[in-house]
Design a protein around this ligand. Sequence first.
Ligand SMILES: Cc1cc2nc3c(=O)[nH]c(=O)nc-3n(C[C@H](O)[C@H](O)[C@H](O)COP(=O)(O)OP(=O)(O)OC[C@H]3O[C@@H](n4cnc5c(N)ncnc54)[C@H](O)[C@@H]3O)c2cc1C
Length: 402
Amino acid sequence: MDLRYGEKYEAFRAEVRAFLEGWPLQGDEAKLPEQEQQALFRRRGIERGFVYRHVPVEYGGSGGEPDVILDQILQEEYAGSGAPGNLLTQGAAMLAPTLLEMGTEAQKQRFVPKALTGEEIWCQGYSEPGAGSDLASLSSRAELVGDEWVIHGHKIWTSGAEKSDWMFGLFRTEPDAAKHAGISYLLIDMKSPGIDVRPLREMTGGALFNEVFFDGVRTPAENVVGQRGQGWQVSRATLKHERNMIGNPNQTRHMFEELVALARKGDGNAGPGLSDPHVRQRLAELEGYLLSQEYTAKRILSATARGELEDVMLPMMMMKLHGTNLRRGLSDAGFDWIGADGLRELLDEEQVPYAAGTPGAWTARMMSAIAIAIAGGASNIQRNIIGERGLGLPRDLRAPKG
Ligand SMILES: Cc1cc2nc3c(=O)[nH]c(=O)nc-3n(C[C@H](O)[C@H](O)[C@H](O)COP(=O)(O)OP(=O)(O)OC[C@H]3O[C@@H](n4cnc5c(N)ncnc54)[C@H](O)[C@@H]3O)c2cc1C
């Protein structure tokens, strides 16, 4: 099977590689704070047409023609390169495409460019203590008073809320409507009076997500995305992009390569090494899953490029489920092979997040693999939807009625 994309595309790949040789930055630029280096990368990448390639120029992108294969090459080349790895933030990867698809002209101009450059950081306010998998039962409410929404309620697991400038969130605006019909998608300034962000400590030792309380918080009436009461449909668009982000196999390939390097190191007496047949067998099994993830991604890509796959929702769910299972398998193997070193570093909260290549990095990956299988919709829920919509199985009897 020839998996190359053809001459024109491989020439594009060579240009991207040449651009990436400038990263990580050298000299004085290397001394800039991390956030400034990331901003520089985005600005230079947008100028060259290598970052946010097909977002129109008037909204801060490069304005390239839609071409899924060019996008794929960019993702492949960025993974594991020395370039800043946070291009797919919640603002750039989830809110911006949602606004481009469903926002008003004013919303696109006001919010998309700054979400892309990272000048404004966004968080996602969906989950609530009583509404996770059954998200439509959310009860945080917003009432239109004059030309403002007035918000009361409680969100949870809000990643990055502590450093965010804005939140895109779901709120019940029509209390008498049916469950899915009474929700609106609102944009809220996180500096508004009445917002209280409280960090939640994770098992990794870090505190990357929070509870967010709303007590009479106000946001302008025009900060509703899509129609009032139709936030459920808008949120589906955002979730599609979230799963796409999580299921991407490029990072998993990189993790597999690090795992092989870890096993090679073991032959120098740092744990079980490649000479151990159990290690080789485990690697072979994981590589089999990795290849099937990569080939499935390529098949989805070919079908999309040929215009044969309009609805990518179901394939993306499969990729998310398979990708998170694989990450779990890879990080469990790494954790098993570093042995007691991983536990020792785990106690050192000062070091979170751990540097790549350290034992602590494998421990943190093992823990975050558990979390990522829940984020964006737990694996059981993905299986239910794939079973019902993909295989035509009967509806889950326990699932809440809409
Ligand atoms: C790392 C991380 C980051 C997150 N970041 C955000 C964020 O930024 N913003 C945000 O809004 N949310 C965020 N979340 C929340 C995430 O979306 C929810 O955790 C997820 O939707 C599951 O909801 P829940 O935690 O309430 O679990 P529940 O819905 O209570 O589920 C608990 C368990 O029951 C199972 N279950 C529930 N219903 C069914 C069913 N019908 N059939 C079979 N099994 C079922 C689930 O699969 C799961 O195993 C994050 C979560 C994590 C782990």
